[in-house]
Design a protein around this ligand. Structure first.
Ligand SMILES: Nc1ncnc2c1ncn2[C@@H]1O[C@H](COP(=O)(O)OP(=O)(O)O)[C@@H](O)[C@H]1O
Ligand SMILES: [Mg+2]
Length: 225
């Protein structure tokens, strides 16, 4: 699983926050990582350059660039994490035609879950064309601390045939403060402890094969070959 797309054609659902943290976490697990910034705002590439300069970045905000360049870029690195755009549907479509895994952040309310049918339409088209690929998982984001997943929401998500990660990302000020400080939550001290723990738990859950140290990176595999 090399190309991970963080995708939801709705804006403001936590895509860039998730993409930057996933990319940095994969780097911390010993992998070489490229962050492909597919949003015309370019905010995630700027953020990760400050927070984790070892993660390389590339801006790929045009559909043709994604379709043409992503496979070759993926060959050169263990993981590409693509931060998907908001409303640019054709850019999302290109990304989902190339991705191995789609991580779909979604705010946890009935309205948002209903909107998810529309927001994941391009995902379903790609899966239909590609015989089920990309694999996809919903990640609940900006969830209230006292929040409970209601049966309605479980059923609405199940109707979309998308699995949902067990660990949600809670609504916490620290996540909103992180980009301004050019930091990841696990670089932000005691105040960020809970956020760091939940983020790492989530990434271990959705990317178990990437977790350190059992896996060999492509570079190590080449060296030992
Ligand atoms: N778990 C969270 N708790 C609080 N604020 C968050 C959280 N995740 C993201 N945010 C903030 O919400 C806004 C939208 O998040 P962002 O990651 O930019 O979404 P997208 O890339 O989908 O537009 C940003 O201001 C971000 O800092
Ligand atoms: Mg974004």
């Amino acid at each position: 699983m090399t190309i991970i797309a963080v995708a939801n054609t709705k804006g403001g659902v936590g895509k860039s926050t998730a993409a930057v943290h996933i990319a940095a976490w994969l780097h911390d697990q010993g992998h070489s990582v490229l962050l492909a910034d597919c949003d015309t705002q370019h905010s995630s590439s700027e953020w990760i350059r400050e927070a984790c300069p070892d993660v390389k970045t590339v801006i790929l905000d045009k559909p043709d660039d994604i379709l043409n360049e992503l496979p070759a870029l993926a060959q050169e690195t263990d993981f590409v994490v693509a931060d998907g755009p908001g409303s640019q549907t054709e850019t999302s479509r290109a990304l989902l035609l190339r991705a191995d895994l789609a991580v779909v952040p979604c705010k946890a309310s009935m309205l948002e879950i209903r909107a998810l049918a529309k927001a994941t339409e391009v995902l379903r088209q790609a899966q239909d064309i590609r015989g089920g690929l990309p694999k996809a998982i919903i990640v609940l984001s900006m969830v209230g601390k006292k929040y409970r997943l209601t049966q309605d929401m479980i059923e609405a998500a199940a109707a979309l045939n998308l699995p949902m990660a067990k660990t949600p990302l809670v609504l916490r000020q620290i996540y909103a403060d992180a980009p301004g400080q050019g930091a990841l939550v696990w670089q932000m001290g005691a105040r960020a402890r809970e956020a760091s723990m939940e983020a790492k738990r989530l990434f271990s859950e959705i990317l178990p094969e990437a977790k350190a140290k059992k896996v060999k990176t492509k570079r190590e595999a080449r060296r030992s070959a």
